[in-house]
Design a protein around this ligand. Sequence first.
Ligand code: ADP
Ligand code: MG
Length: 687
Amino acid sequence: MDKELFDFLYSDLQFIHGVGPVLASKFDEVLGGRRVLDFLLHIPSYVRPREILDSVMGAQNGDTITISLMVKSYKKGGVFHGRRRPSQVLCVDKFAAPVVIQFFNVKFLDYWVEKLPIGQWRIVSGKLDITNRGATINHPEFIELPENAEKIPTHQAIYPSGFGLTQKTFSNVRDQIFKTLHERIDTHNCSERMAEFMDALEHVHYPLTNDDLAPNGTYISKLAYCELFAHQSAIAINRRARTEQKNIRPIRTKKYDLIDKFYEMLPFKLTGAQKNTINEIFADFQKPVPMMRLVQGDVGSGKTMVAMAAMIKMAETGGQSVLLAPTDTLAQQHFAKLAPMCAKMGLICDILTGRDKGAPRREKLTSLKSGRTKIAIGTHALFSEDVEYRDLGLVVIDEQHRFGVQQRTAMREKGNNPDMLALSATPIPRTLSMTIYGDMDVSIINEKPAGRIPIKTTKLPIFKVNALIERIATQVDQGAKIFWVCPLVEQSEISDLTAAQERYEQLNKRFPGTGLCHGQMDKKQRDKVMAEFADKNSKMRVLVSTTVIEVGIDVPSATIMVIENAERFGLAALHQLRGRVGRGNLQSYCILVYGNNISPDGIKRLDVLCESEDGFAIAEQDLMMRGVGELLGTKQSGWIQYHFVNYREHRDLFKLAQKAALNNNDSDKIWSQQLRNIFDCSTIAGA
Ligand code: ADP
Ligand code: MG
């Protein structure tokens, strides 16, 4: 029954025959989990291209081989002296080594004779038996003319791997898992849908051709639909739960006039998109259910001011707001910008991060608890256990995808159903935003503040990098600051880190005081380097970093962004990195340095970036050109990492799944619950 199946799916891989704790923890690293289910959700990326052997010499007993053979003669089988003998076709390989093809079912000899005419070459595929009588292939799976060799499918599924796990280990574990499934569990006793699901999984783990792994092939699209449906039904449940709770939003009445003062104080005019978003937020404030709104806007589109308007509107009622930033540095930056504004309006604004300790911290907490502090800016320190609020009405989360569900829940529990406002710099095509961000209303800021100077973006082959360094030197002399990003690919973190290190050493010689920042440093060190770089007066002109440089960090004097191995990043990630420059009123540049192995498609992708600065257009292109799942930097970009879903290929399925989830009737309930368990929907945005 289904329960048995699930018990098995949730069991630890170490109990699979031949695995054990050591292998299981390696799998954990590669799969992101160590359950049988995690293995099953990790699918082969391709089927190994067929390799036609010229000779049996190197092959091992038991290998499935594909080989060119020339037919020499036949030996008819039959029953001789009471013993059955197979029919044999005697062949030689390209090195004249003999290989015998055997058939036990003699009746069909004519058929085989036709397929294997004497004196001709054929491509034969089958399992090789090597005995002391020589090399034999019994009942080949395929016999083709050399010109039709591509008709022979290959069978070796190649899994994305790492941590020293070999393909052989993968296929052994897979075989064991499916053996258990067949022998012990017999999925045919499960619900029909569950059995079909398992069947599709099996096909994908035993692909015969690459078509079996194609996003639009029968199996992957079926699995992708299930995954999307799981996801969408989780979203639908959340939404229903939220909107069915009526009148749980505390009623707050306006006590002070602040918002007009704020508008008057602004040194610039809000863009139309900023105004619209602010209006949407204010309308949410009037509704009986708490706000759940995501503001999506490109870097530099001015989301912070929108959040500020919302916090001030909240302060008009005496309610408190928090602005949650993902790092200390970002919190400091927000505070530096917003505190003076608050001061002018007579609002108490404070900052709380992990750095606050002892008496000063206690003082801050007292002020929060009394309700005196109206706007608190900070990091997760804002929802430490001992932090209390008098009337927390609004939680603003900057770069929302950096916060997990637990953190969001913790924050929400500090208040009485506070409104939630999330800010994200990841532009997502409109068609997908609802499905990706789940149970949130979305506002889009698709307009840049006036007067911005477009960033000049160019691409450059790596062999010209020294010339680039000299060009940069001129800019540095004139006071420019430079971000220099080297990518870090998870699989080879160490060698990539050396690359960043080497580049740092080279640049540090040329520009003494250059900074280095990477993921292996602890957060404090990183924050320190970042803060030094951001300081206008520091000597640090160049900052070499892996992609850990913080999303949202504001260094107005930074005007040059160099990205090495740009071809390894997704467009959205590149666009986000580029957004680190061009924030001041100086001409900024982004240089995409690409490696020697870049493909023509890779060049095209970089061209998209050179030609456009519209984050939404770029995100759309990114979707069209490549599936998001394959892209680097996806963790940072906030896209959900699906197992089977391909954002580009499965766009229609998104809508279908959404519709089905909204109509989910009783008979589907168990099934959709099962799918939600399989695809672990506990982290759905907005949950
Ligand atoms: P992001 O959307 O990336 O968070 P910010 O809110 O940090 O953008 O805004 C980027 C910069 O633009 C800030 O220095 C901010 O003061 C400024 N800014 C915001 N709105 C406007 C506007 N309407 N006109 C001019 N400058 C603006
Ligand atoms: Mg921002």
